[in-house]
Design a protein around this ligand. Structure first.
Ligand code: GEK
Length: 257
């Protein structure tokens, strides 16, 4: 199952041995292959994106805002735009990579011209903003999505960010938080990482690709345990949190204000 974004460029960024491995960056080369990269790397990604639309349709409140934080190429925004059939829908899609947003705008535009008119009108309600999600204001939000973005935020900034999100949300609103998880038990951690690598291998990544990518992400993608996420969400004010999805070490939670 692939997410709705159609962009068929194959990810071969780490297929050759690289002399120097530099920290992973969401630059133009990544943006060019991103749908293929994320679908072949993140178990359950397409399901999570699709369910984001389904959840948004139920929790969206008329005349409120939806936020897609770390929107990449806009897959979650598009899923929301397709599911929430409300003229007042306004999706604020934020990413701090201009390269990713340039590609997002092209793909959403393409999607508009290939979809029936009602959906096309709806996806024009996506407003793309190039900024750090730590710096933007969250206001009047009934749906906030962070699909695999918090894991890239500095550890010491995460609590402040979640508190800001909580305070900008309406009562009854939801936060959808999807993350790669880590485990404190060494054996459990090892097994789940192994299973993730089986998934990547089955999707055509070589050992070299898996290993080089892992090294470039080491200082950039900082996963935490499910418990750490739940505690932080509670501290931010969310009374109810629920893990609703897990495939290997990739998971999604909803938190309701
Ligand atoms: C999807 N949600 O397809 N501010 C804004 N954006 C950021 C920041 C930041 N501080 N840090 C990282 N990003 C998407 C997938 S990808 C996940 C999200 C992945 C952005 C970064 O530029 C990238 O586009 C995104 O967060 C993470 O549903 O590639 O594993």
């Amino acid at each position: 199952m692939n997410s709705d974004l159609k962009c068929n460029n194959r990810d071969t960024l780490y297929s050759q041995a690289l002399e120097q491995l530099v920290d992973f960056d969401f630059d133009a080369r990544v943006a060019h292959v991103f749908p293929d990269m994320i679908n072949r790397s993140v178990p359950g990604y397409a399901n999570i994106v699709a369910m984001t639309g389904i959840l948004a349709a139920e929790f969206y409140q008329i005349n409120s805002n939806c936020y897609d934080l770390g929107c990449s190429l806009g897959a979650s925004s598009l899923a929301i735009a397709k599911s929430v059939v409300e003229p007042s829908l306004h999706i604020i899609a934020v990413d701090n990579s201009q390269a990713m947003l340039d590609q997002a705008k092209i793909l959403v535009e393409k999607n508009n011209s290939s979809e029936p008119k009602s959906i096309a009108q709806n996806s024009s309600c996506i407003e793309f903003i190039c900024d750090d999600i730590n710096h933007i204001e969250i206001d009047n939000a009934s749906v906030v999505v962070m699909n695999f973005t918090l894991q890239f935020i500095d550890l010491e900034l995460r609590e402040k960010l979640l508190k800001k999100i909580y305070s900008g949300m309406l009562k009854g609103g939801i936060l959808i938080l999807s993350e790669k998880l880590s485990y404190t038990d060494i054996e459990q951690q090892k097994l789940l990482i192994e299973m993730h690598h089986f998934f990547k291998k089955a999707n055509g990544y070589s050992q070299l690709e898996i290993s080089q990518k892992r090294q470039t992400l080491e200082n950039v993608l900082l996963p935490e345990t499910l418990e750490q996420h739940k505690i932080r969400l509670q501290k931010a004010g969310f009374k109810q949190t629920q893990q609703w999805f897990q495939c290997f070490n990739f998971s999604s939670l909803i938190a309701i204000k």
